[in-house]
Design a protein around this ligand. Sequence first.
Ligand SMILES: Cc1cc2nc3c(=O)[nH]c(=O)nc-3n(C[C@H](O)[C@H](O)[C@H](O)COP(=O)(O)OP(=O)(O)OC[C@H]3O[C@@H](n4cnc5c(N)ncnc54)[C@H](O)[C@@H]3O)c2cc1C
Length: 452
Amino acid sequence: MARVVVIGGGLGGLAAAARLAKLGHAVTLLERSSRLGGVVRTAEHDDRAVGRFRWDAGPAAVTLPATLRDLFRKSGRPLERVLELAPLPTPRRHVFPDGTALDLPVGSRSGQRRAVEAALGSTAGAAWEAVVDDLAPTWESLRTRVLEVPFSGVRSLGPHGVRALAPGRSLRAFARRRLTDVRTRKLLEYPVLATGSDPADAPSFTAVRAYVERTFGIWTCAGGFGALVDALGQRLDERAVTVRLDAEAVAIRGDGAVTGVELRGGERLAADVVVSGVDVRTVARGILARPPWAMRRSVRTLRDASPSPLVHVGLADAADDLLHETVFHGDDDRESPTVVVRAPDDPSLAPAGYRAVSVIVHRNGGTGITADPLDVLARRGWDIRDRVVARVDGEATSYGPAWRGAVRGLGVARNHTAVRGLFMVGATAHPGPGVPEVLLGAAAVATEIGRA
Ligand SMILES: Cc1cc2nc3c(=O)[nH]c(=O)nc-3n(C[C@H](O)[C@H](O)[C@H](O)COP(=O)(O)OP(=O)(O)OC[C@H]3O[C@@H](n4cnc5c(N)ncnc54)[C@H](O)[C@@H]3O)c2cc1C
């Protein structure tokens, strides 16, 4: 049995701690703040007259639900017993600059084709289906060579993988080459744009998200993603993980191999294994005295994605047919931003007759955004300002590391480090930001550490 200290109580740290405890290790999790979850947060507003509103201020929908199911199964009871993960059959309405609207279903190949054909015409529908079909081998390569294995850079890909992933081409170039209808290009680019990266800086294989969404669907947590953090906290409790809140790690001790962790205040915990779930820059620039070369290189190259301004509002008289997301795509020529209205269909989030809605503005290209998101939305033809009964201004937080060009990738740290016993998980470690990604990184680290 190893003495494991996990630093950070975000999803990466929580998932690693749950898995390692189930593998029989003695696990202590340190969280600097007074709550678990990290960027998985809930914004709240209690209005005396109207009632209580809650909004997901971090993740609000995920794909690859198998990553969550695997985490819960491999750490104790299955997910279905502790959390209601709900599929969103048609998660998004896309509204294009020319006024066309498309409600795009997921989880159904024929359903997608029919919807794209009906809204954008048969040529666009056939082209969209062909592009998404052709991404199946890309997904297979990513899954088997990048996501589900310990990854050590391009060498892990092998010549076949490099050919399949074509990392030298950008998502924008790929979209332009494969799709003539500018609106279907926007469908392909949106998932990258929504994470604060520029599609011109993302490699073409990020288009695989369209295949992943169509195949595995998009899911949300009933009651908001706070329920996921609660379920993981409960799981750590069941697995006898020692969870310490308000406990900031200030040093990882050991030279060449970890021996322990020092907390603010001077307390020292002995450890055979340390799993860091905090930003690699915090580790390399602060808590690890002599960071290895590969870690220093990540720190030099890593850039945060552009934060997206957002506001959470409680809305009266919200239209019943609002989907989980309505995306008002920007007009590239006029550098107008893409505005997203998120309106989960979950009665537990708002008083009866009201809807908890978030409005998020993603910049297109290089334009900065300073205007109020509700004003930006009004300029796109949907003015909700006089129906707002509650308002919480969200923090514009970066989603995580940004794509830095088709070849250079995300610049995240490897899970395995050159310091014996030190592993990295979370958004700034392989395979990068996003709930499924962070869970896959934690799974890879637990596999590598192995049974007690
Ligand atoms: C606004 C936003 C929206 C998102 N939306 C989605 C979405 O819809 N779908 C999706 O799949 N993904 C989404 N993501 C991405 C996903 O939520 C994140 O990639 C993931 O939750 C990051 O988890 P983490 O464990 O890496 O980090 P964090 O959540 O950042 O957790 C790190 C934790 O470490 C703690 N910590 C830091 N330093 C120390 C220290 N020295 N000692 C002890 N503790 C420390 C922090 O307090 C924090 O709790 C979103 C992210 C953001 C920011």
